[in-house]
Design a protein around this ligand. Sequence first.
Ligand code: FES
Length: 166
Amino acid sequence: MKEHKNQEQKSKEEGSSEVSRRDFLNEVTGGALGIAAIGAGIVTVKYISPNVLFEPPPTFRVGPPENYPINSVTTITDQLTYLVRNPRGFYAETMICQHLGCITAWHPEANLIECPCHGSRYKRNGSIVRGPTVRPLPHFAIRLMPDGTLLIDKADIVPMSQILKV
Ligand code: FES
């Protein structure tokens, strides 16, 4: 009888140890599933949220025409734009080389816009002097606003022949 009681006690202890092992495994499994769910949630949110690049607005003002002497090329670095004034008026064009996108530089001594990457050369009006580029520099729309300032719109590409007369 005593032996039977000991056996029962032992089996109860084993049972309780089995339950605690089960609890442990349940907790480990629950934790692993929780971590997997959090990871999947992060990936899903990243996938759903748009890959938006916040850029400055395409239009910007550059002050009154009097600020720019005739036959001048002004580099507007933060907008990657050249503003050119010739005896006929104004035009604006990109500083971005049309070969592979390097930033060009105006060289007044050579009267040329030059790309430091692969040697493309442009006249001040953006037409090609030398490749490897096969495309001239695009011109942007430019307007004289009612308040007397010039406004450049980089979203509006205009023909190279278009000049703002002021
Ligand atoms: S990027 Fe200007 S020449 Fe290649």
